[in-house]
Ligand binder design. Sequence first.
Ligand SMILES: Nc1nc2c(ncn2[C@@H]2O[C@H](COP(=O)(O)OP(=O)(O)OP(=O)(O)O)[C@@H](O)[C@H]2O)c(=O)[nH]1
Ligand SMILES: [Mg+2]
Length: 648
Amino acid sequence: MQIINLGLLAHVDAGKTTTVEQMLFHSGNLRTLGSVDKGDTQTDFLAIERERGISVTSASVEIDAGDVQIRMIDTPGHMDFSGEVERTLAVLDGAVLIVSAAEGIQSQTERLWRALREINLPTIIFLNKVDRMGCEPEAVLAALQKEFSPVIIPVNRCVNAGSAEVSVENCDISEDGILELCENDSALAEKYLQNEKLSPQEIKTALVRQTRECLAFPLVYGAAAMSVGIDAFTLAIKAFLPSKPLLPEGAPVGTIYKIEHDKALGKIAHIRLFEGTLKNRDAVNIFRPSHGEAEQFAEKITQIHKVSGAKREDTGVIRGNEIAAVCGLARAKVGDMVGQAFEQKNIRISEPLFMVKIFGADGKERELLQAVSELSDEDPLMDYTWNADLRELVIRVMGKIQIEILQYLFLERYGLAVTFSPPSVIYKETITRRGIGLERYTMPKPCWAVVKLQADPLPRGSGYMYECSIGESVLRRQYRNHVETAVAEALKQGRLGWEATDLKITLIDGQDHKFHTHPLDFFLATPIAVMRALEDAEPILLEPLVKLKLVADETLSGRLIGDIIEMRGDFDNPVMSGGKVEMEAIVPVAASVDYFVRFASLTSGRGTLNSDFYGYKECPLELGTTAARRDIDPLDRDKWILHKRGAL
Ligand SMILES: Nc1nc2c(ncn2[C@@H]2O[C@H](COP(=O)(O)OP(=O)(O)OP(=O)(O)O)[C@@H](O)[C@H]2O)c(=O)[nH]1
Ligand SMILES: [Mg+2]
């Protein structure tokens, strides 16, 4: 038996959920066809998804397609739930990028394409909604070939596109397509140049090979809601994407990509196994990536379910290359590795740029914290801080839709009627020159931890790096690990109150004491050294920027330029054509939060505005915001030491 674990990715409303439903139906795996508009599909099974007609979490179903089992993971398309997509990417053998023939390439389509190319995942494109009046499938294909890759090659064609009578038929690969394939295959090119005719089989073989090597991308036209192109699509998945064998035995190696909480079953971890098997009652080692050495602990499996939409079947076993829901892993988190630690590539599609305070759970703080901790196990990007003194809970979020969904979840799942403060922007901070931080924690005895750190600035977007330049003879390995862990933790709140990034910290000296060092002394001393190094290195604010793409009536160009300047933005030369102006601008998130509403009213709803996270850039202190320290400042040294020693 062969398996393909396949992700369906697209911008919001492109038709992912509809396509999965149709595939289930066409393959005979579903008796009655559901629809998003009626709210009865297999993969949008949460009440909120059915009510609102959008997917909020990823959901998977299995399709028996003859000799291949296709596990399809339907992902949410709204940018606010990009984290859910990121996590799914880690467990796929192939991907389908759905593009709507009516709306064309959207910012989210671009982000997803970039992510797919970065992790080198074989990809098919499904060009959906070819029935929509006024759609131009050929123009969207041309745009895809221009923006994404010239080796996007249609394997079928539409008849009567743009009408309810649309149908698709198989076709040979075009001359242009063959030429593109030849670009990547010199043997094929040679044969073609010598005027030998290439057989359809040879061309197909080349396309299969190049798809699997991520050099070519087959494209299928269809209209999922009209049941058009579904069989061609299923055939393309089987023909072009790589499948994996079912591995019935061996030591397990896998990844947890999704966590759910069920009232009856407790925590449920969705696992993709790459190798080996797991069974009921197995004890399994879980590894958590962290700075320093991976954390490790053992858990016992209580149940294993095969999942299809909302349905679960108790199978008691998961085999290599399968995906299943595993119960009993009480401490598991998304991103944990199962069986053994291995190198995992993390992809960031989007990041939470806002934070909000949660109100309204007076007297129910314990329940609120429990709820937030469960929700953040499910979505690690939504981390939270609880300030016990101010009794204030702050979470990080992607955007407004996520806040609405969270509000619903708090009420529905936990009976908590909460409200949120307006979102405020998450800044970061970095340093502008080399800084040194030394802490000698040798009094009051018993204690002994000396830590000397060096902080160096790195280019924008590099993130955080750590190096240890001292060996065993200077400081024992155990303590060097403590320093590394504590540095990463301390950098979450720099001197301006924000996460410190784009810098490198090097441990350049240290000392422990054979008798006096208490096992946790380095956790106490390191944050002080970190803060001193940051202070010495002259911290500055970084603010998040977005790239806006604006298209509006030509007569509005002056107004748009005025708006961008007012938002402290930079813009490229506006391009005028056909009575429209098209412009790209980079603007601070803080200044542009409400711009979507203003733009819609300025253009009377006839303009289009796309925004995409661009990165962080230096920002003068007076234009940004510093954040209050959420706990005791390590540079308030006496208080910090007392606090850390548990005396406060
Ligand atoms: N005309 C037309 N409408 C379609 C087609 N496919 C889907 N739709 C409609 O488009 C809307 C969105 O479809 P979904 O399947 O929910 O899209 P999605 O990509 O899963 O959306 P999210 O999960 O919210 O990102 C629904 O109203 C569908 O009925 C199609 O081929 N033609
Ligand atoms: Mg959906």
